[in-house]
Design a protein around this ligand. Sequence first.
Ligand SMILES: CCCCCCC[C@@H](O)CC(=O)SCCNC(=O)CCNC(=O)[C@H](O)C(C)(C)COP(=O)(O)OP(=O)(O)OC[C@H]1O[C@@H](n2cnc3c(N)ncnc32)[C@H](O)[C@@H]1OP(=O)(O)O
Length: 308
Amino acid sequence: MAVSSACNPQLLLSHKFPETTYTYTERDVAVYALGVGACGRDAVDTDELKYVHHENGQQFIKVLPTFSALFSLESLPDGLDLPGLTFEPRLLLHGQQYIEVHKPLPSNARIRNKVSLAGLHDKGKAAILEIETRSYEKESGELLSMNRTTVFLRGAGGFSDPSQPFTYSNYPANPAPAMKIPESVPFAIFEDCTQSSQALLYRLSGDYNPLHSDPMFAKVAGFSRPILHGLCTLGFAVRAIIKCICKGDPDMIKNISGRFLLHVYPGETLVTEMWLKGLRVIYQVKAKERNRAVLSGYVHLHRLASSL
Ligand SMILES: CCCCCCC[C@@H](O)CC(=O)SCCNC(=O)CCNC(=O)[C@H](O)C(C)(C)COP(=O)(O)OP(=O)(O)OC[C@H]1O[C@@H](n2cnc3c(N)ncnc32)[C@H](O)[C@@H]1OP(=O)(O)O
């Protein structure tokens, strides 16, 4: 098999990402919350209204822990236009997301992002790229979150010897392997409908990839119509976990891991099944209409809700 010249791992690994800054406001926090379905079933839901409204003013609204995943996208102003990486943007899919929440996020902040390459793997039919983003509050210098974003670049693999495919990782174990789902009855199940305009709303949080809005682009990418952002599905899932297991308290979330197993079409119903194992919640999301698993992973909690 010929070794393709699409990806030059040495060049890519030696790339130094510039530091970036990003400012968000209460408006961004509220638009994000609506984008991942908060208050979508009930505009006065007491568990969720706090993400968009506070009686004492917007500066007191709560921030969903998954909001920090936006920092990884904002930390790459040129996207994945990186030296040594050639890929077809229409074939890019979000593969996995890992989020460490170091502090509950303030309702507005100036962020300084430090980015590095956490992994690169040649899977033959695809290249897998892992980007790590550490986000600090600019004024205090405190670490707020760490994100590891895994992208699955279809057609960009085959750049190394197939008998010894290239693999590099800057961390010991993959924290988001395909999750083994328990056979027992779930501890909780939460069903939520996405709207057919869900991706059009979610993209206002900063991911303007046309895969989620342009029918022609989606067709070339292999889908019958635009699909939902993976991070939108993850937002729905973590919101379900906060509601059912954390009794509405988003600050209980310590870290989040998820693997996107299959695309979701906006308008589909997401069913999140949850199993509680100590302080770990194993979860799986199914697209109800197709009865297919679309996302699985785990969430670690700081503590359990006293009312559980
Ligand atoms: C930082 C800024 C970047 C911005 C990123 C975000 C941009 C967004 O706008 C883009 C999106 O939101 S796309 C929407 C969300 N994602 C999806 O819908 C993808 C869903 N998943 C799939 O389609 C398949 O799992 C698929 C296609 C991913 C894989 O399926 P298969 O081709 O059947 O793969 P398979 O043969 O099972 O496995 C091959 C090797 O790859 C590993 N792998 C599989 N799924 C993976 C996944 N989701 N993530 C990471 N790795 C994955 C397998 O383990 C396997 O490796 P090995 O052989 O070593 O086990």
